[in-house]
Design a binder for this molecule. Sequence first.
Ligand SMILES: [Zn+2]
Length: 344
Amino acid sequence: MQTFVRCLYLLAILSGGQLAHAADTPQPWGSLRLLEREIPPGEKRKFSYQATRTFEGSFLDTAVFVARGRRAGPTLCLVAMIHGDERNGFEVAREVFSGTDAGSLAGTLIALPAANVHGFRTGSRYMPDRRDLNRSFPGSPTGSNSAVIASIIFGTLREQCTAVIDLHTGSFDRGNLPQVRVDLANERALDLARTFGAPVIIGGAGPKGSMRRELMEAGIPTIIYEAGLPLRFEPDEIAAGVRGVRNVMVGLGMTSGRATPPTPATRVFSRSSWARVPLGQGGVYYPARQAGEDVRKGDIVARIYDPFTDERYDVPSPLDGYIVGLAVPQVVFSGYALVHIARR
Ligand SMILES: [Zn+2]
């Protein structure tokens, strides 16, 4: 993390920013102007931002939490519920914000705890226009409803954030072992991921149009924290997320204290694959192994029972690896992704 923080200071010096002064000299630091609000140093605000004041605008509102530190420092941004059914991240953002003392904070914490507010209300992954917000970045103010929201979020984050943590869970009845996803080729983002301190780091740049990939291309180090199942609040996964964000705040010099090392120690994987339901083998599925277990290629990781014939299909692991996510028992069809395995 030291290199990352030094890089931030160097960047600030080059850009004439607020971090250009030595830590022991008084630094210029004032109120933050954000989305038509002003947040003075040492204060916290929660507000709902509407892009327009019309009736239409109420469908485009975005909840915003801001803690403006009393002292100068970097800006860490948290985004949760880009997928409106992935609730654990909401609690990670809320708990971290609630526990942040703006009086002793250096820098600024900005949280968008429910980026897809519509999905939060309805339990849907998608936006009111049925698009995936996490394929709509960087967005456009003249585009679809999803593109408009994406452009507000993207513009705000690109302008404000030193680093971004995007909070997710597994999708559609799949649970994820707490893990960080990051572009391993980007040193600043990898530093951020290691500082977070999850037991698992998985490499990859993410799909085109996803917030993380587009922010990374705009030069903002961004990681994803993935943990647990959608449509519920899971205390352990939330606690691990809160710990990780607090570790990053310590690493960035925003708060004092010590980072909590991950247990077990972090393992880094360059990529991952799915064990899927083979063609013609749908039925009632049960996992045969658990998240957090090592598997070898050919090990049985899932069992499927055909309800008409009672025939059992054993689904083998397609590779040597480590189980980082899996579906809950359910009826499944050919091609369905069952077990997510990180490649050793
Ligand atoms: Zn997601």
